[in-house]
Ligand binder design. Structure first.
Ligand SMILES: [Zn+2]
Length: 307
């Protein structure tokens, strides 16, 4: 009886080990990018409609609807704010419609445009901000999906003309790196789109001054993840500023994270080693801030004495 029990235990352990091995093999890192055959875009109106309603495209539409709800639920999208795009051909991009809340969007609301922004399919009008997404996609072939939103903390930085500190959060160094900044222009215009396209060509995340945030990736879910990353980073840095400022690890440690970023196939950023901390970097260092204020006060008092 005892021997049987021991044998049974051994058998269970062996089975458990086997199951563990199988589980590891069964869950490789998923490839989420949509790929298409170059030179095979549908051309005629009929071909485009068939493609637009095909099971593969319907699946992406459902994913966008789901991501819209997730993004809206996290307060990234005020009113009808924000939009998503997914490149689905040489000259085909799926996008969200104008004037529809990301919290109540449906599969039937989706639109199809070409890289010039001309609408090819969908009963609703495409978002005017699609032009900024397309401006990035035209410049950067790795950008197969974009996410634009107005998450409160990251948008606060964009309104203040600041970027968050580097070397404060390892995940942000890997997934975002250096945030690019696009000057302000009227939303939905082609001139604003070009500013975002320039800034976003070699940066995963762009702060659009006085407006919001744009992120891009190989697939739309990762583009939203990056939006979550940058919003969380900005929020935590603001909280850390109230506690005296975020501690920063050195550039030599950041080098290791840049190497990890390269290994993951993210875009090479020309200024990834600049470690810029925003225009008003004193904001992130309470001691330096107090020293600067004390120096200003002393200077003013000195001037007062002379009079
Ligand atoms: Zn916007």
């Amino acid at each position: 009886m005892v021997i049987r029990k021991i044998l049974m235990k051994k058998a269970v352990k062996k089975k458990f080990r086997q199951r563990e091995e199988v589980e590891v093999r069964d869950y490789p890192i998923p490839v989420k990018d949509y790929s298409w055959e170059p030179g095979k875009d549908p051309k005629t109106r009929r071909e485009i409609e068939k493609f637009f309603n095909s099971p593969k495209i319907e699946a992406i539409k459902r994913l966008i609807v789901d991501l819209g709800r997730r993004s809206y639920g996290r307060s990234f999208n005020d009113g009808n704010g924000g939009n998503f795009t997914v490149r689905v051909g040489d000259n085909l991009v799926l996008c969200t419609p104008t004037m529809v809340s990301k919290g109540s969007m449906t599969v039937q609301d989706m639109c199809l445009v070409n890289l010039d922004g001309e609408q090819l399919a969908g009963s609703r009008r495409r978002t005017s901000e699609v032009l900024a997404h397309l401006a990035i996609m035209r410049r950067q072939k790795l950008a197969k999906a974009c996410c634009h939103a107005h998450p409160p903390h990251a948008t606060a930085f964009a309104l203040a003309g600041l970027t968050p500190p580097r070397c404060a959060n390892p995940e942000t160094e890997i997934f975002i790196g250096q945030v690019a900044v696009a000057d302000y222009d009227t939303p939905g215009t082609s001139s604003m789109a070009e500013l975002v396209g320039e800034a976003g060509a070699e940066h995963d995340c762009v702060f659009m001054l006085n407006h919001g945030v744009m992120t891009w990736a190989g697939d739309v879910e990762t583009a939203l993840w990056k939006m979550e990353n940058i919003e969380a980073h900005c929020r935590t840095c603001m909280l850390a500023a109230q506690l005296g400022g975020a501690l920063q690890f050195g550039p030599e440690k950041a080098e290791q994270l840049i190497a990890m970023r390269d290994a993951m196939g993210f875009v090479r950023q020309p200024d990834c080693r600049s470690f810029k901390s925003g225009d008003k970097s004193l904001l992130w260092n309470m001691d330096a801030f107090v020293d600067a204020v004390a120096a200003r006060v002393a200077k003013k008092l000195g001037k007062g004495k002379k009079r």
